[in-house]
Structures are given as C-alpha cells and as structure tokens.
Write a protein that binds this ligand. Sequence first.
Ligand code: GTP
Ligand code: MG
Length: 416
Amino acid sequence: MIIKKFVGKTEEEAVEAAKKELGEGIVIMNVRQVKPKGLLAAFKSKQVEVTVALEDEREPARPVRREPEHQAEPKAVSGAVSGAQESPDKDSVSSQSSIEKKLDSLQTLLESQLKQSESTDKGDRTFEERENGEEGDKPGADKSPEQEKDDEQEKFIRLLYNTMIENEVAEKYANQILEDVDKNRKPNTPFDYILANIYQKIILKFGKSEGIQPADKGPRVVFFIGPTGVGKTTTIAKLASIFAVEEKKRTVLLTADTYRIAAAEQLRTYAQILEVPFRVIYSLEEFQTAAEAFKDYDYIFVDTAGHSHQNEEQLEQMKSYLEVLGDKVQTQVFLVLSATTKYKDLLKIADNYKEISDYQLIFTKLDETTTLGNLLNLKLHADTPIAYITYGQNVPNDIEKFNPQKTVKQLLGGKA
Ligand SMILES: Nc1nc2c(ncn2[C@@H]2O[C@H](COP(=O)(O)OP(=O)(O)OP(=O)(O)O)[C@@H](O)[C@H]2O)c(=O)[nH]1
Ligand SMILES: [Mg+2]
C-alpha cells in the first residue's frame, strides 16, 4: 500500500494533485486544514492537506479463512483473535478511551505509520523472520520484555475486534481485517501504527463512492428502489433539492408508485416546493413518453413503490421499468436501505435486488441506530459502493455523500 500526503488550496486541488501522481485509484484517508509555515505565514491563505492511499497491486493476495455465507448475527468471539471477551486493563495503552484519543488525532496516527513503514523498508526483519529466528520465547521461561509487548499488542487488537463486533461488523469481515494486521505485527510495532493500519484497511474496503453523476448526453435517469418505508421518497426530495436548487440543474421527479395515492401526493408536494416538474407514471409507455418529454433535462429521478423484496412479481415489474428505456438512456440505480434493518434481512434484500439490476447503496436512518457495522457488511456483501447516507427526516438537510472516514472512526470506537 502506498500512503502519501498532498497539499492544495482546496480539498479538490489536493485530490487532483494526488490523482495526477498516483492515478484514479486513490482512496482518501484523511483531510485537514493546515496553517502555512514560515515568516510570511500570516499573509498566506490556509491550505488543505489530504492523505491518500493506493492499494499496491503487486501485494500478494493473502488467503482468507472461508466462512459460510449468510451467517447468523455477528458473534462476539473470533477465531483469528480468540478469547476476545477479555475486558481491557484500565491503565493499559489499549484502553477504549486511549483508542478514542488516538482516533481523534488521526493525522498523527497516519504520520506515525508512514514513519514506521519507512523504517521497515530500511531492512527491519519481518514478523515471519523473527518467528523463525532465535529470539523466540523459550518454553517455561519468564516473559521477556518482547513477549510482554506482544501480549499488550494482542490485547489492543482484541479490543479493536470487540469494538467492531459491538458495532455489528460481521465476524467474517472483522476477522479478515484483523488477521492480516495480527500476522504482520512485530513487538516493536507501535499501537498507533497498528491502529492506523486497521483504519486504512477498512477505508480501502469501503473504496470509492461515486454518487449521482451527470450523463454524457441527455438526462441521467436515476431510479430509487428498495423495501417499504426505508425513506426512498424522502431521500429523493433531499437529493432533488441539492441538484435542482443548489446546483441549479434541470431536474424532474417521476413516480411509478401508483399503489397508494398518498405516496404520489408526497412526491408531488416536494416537487411543488422545489418548483420542478412532476408526473405520475402508470405504465411502461407513460414512462417512455415522460423520458422523451424531459430529454433536455439533466436529471430524471424516478421514485418506485416499496414492496417486499420477496415478491417476485413486483421485482419483475420493477425490472421492466429499469430496462424499458434501453441503452440509449443513461441510468443509475440506487438501492435504498435502512441502517436499522437486521443484518440477515439486509443480505436477503441486497441479493434479491441484485437479480434485477446492479446498484449503488444509500443508507437511511443513521440517526436511529448507534451501530454502523451493517454499512461495511453490506458494502462487502453486495460489492458495491455506498453513495449517500441520511440521518433524519429533515428535507433537504439530513443527507450527505458517504464519507468512510467518519464511519470507520466510529466502527473502531471513536466518537460519533
Ligand atoms: N429518522 C429518520 N427517518 C427517516 C429518514 N429518511 C426517511 N425517514 C422517515 O421514514 C418514513 C418513511 O419515509 P418515505 O420516504 O416515505 O419512505 P419510502 O421508502 O418512500 O416508503 P414507501 O414509499 O412506503 O415504500 C418517513 O416518516 C420519513 O420521514 C432518516 O434518515 N431518518
Ligand atoms: Mg415512497
């Protein structure tokens, strides 16, 4: 993995510089404002420093312990870091509050990791070499300082593991993340380095998210699909407000939800407030006519009826809507999921909708849960990015583009 810092007048400028050097595959680890240094500092404007990482393609893939698919709710003990129940020593470096503090100063953490990898590159022995060397533990001997350090580290990793499980990260994913770190640590590896390493691994697992993108030609038709009551219509109103009002893009709202009069009225009201056109579509033909009528628009947002993902007939009907416009029209599909839904149900929903279309994810109702593990679980299970998260009923405020940095801090025990 390559980690590097880039500075610019704005975040966008720093990210652009990073992309120029490292390519499009970069993932942003951290963003912070930096004060200019030097004599004339007071006259210089503030700058933004972005730390980015790039997964090194040459890194050999590590074997990952296979776990059965669709496993039950996450359990509290792992194979990779067994005995994970032990409660941490209050004064130990590995206490929860110390992790919180460390996560607060994430930049320092990432910097310490940078330094550590530099010293490793200068010829430190690997974990495996040390294991095969002579410094190993002799059976029966008192604990060497090295062994003590090793125990402390293990405790620290176990604590992080427990925190992830408490946040309902599925056991198999928590294991995948920590197994690697556990294997590669050395007794002199600082805690900061371990924590930064885990933080980065999870950020990279979340990957990049795209969100709604303008079409190359014609309007972008954006479908919002998902179970009943997750917040599809509310989310459309929030996004329409961003695109129509803030970005001044020509936006139109359509609804194919003709099951309930109230559902169409809900979107009609939002359309009136936002002063954008609105249409109810009752058939595939009406949908095609509407797409043609609004072909000069930038975005066509399509609301759909929430239904049970188990209902195959309704899924088939949805599929025909997703496909009827053909290849000439550029579409994007977002599966809207509530962060309050049970892990097992989310897996089923994600699988069933995968049968009708590819999609990106939107997670709603983050304000109604304190555990965010399902965001990571579903990202990895469905192998698709999370584009947006919503955290309240207020239109248009309670939505943002998904930013993995905050979520990962929380998954590791940082403050919300
Ligand atoms: N707390 C919270 N409530 C939300 C959020 N998003 C939507 N809601 C609420 O969830 C309820 C259902 O929202 P809708 O937008 O109607 O959901 P829907 O998916 O369109 O529902 P159907 O059309 O019936 O399938 C409403 O009361 C919304 O205000 C959120 O992020 N947080
Ligand atoms: Mg709705």
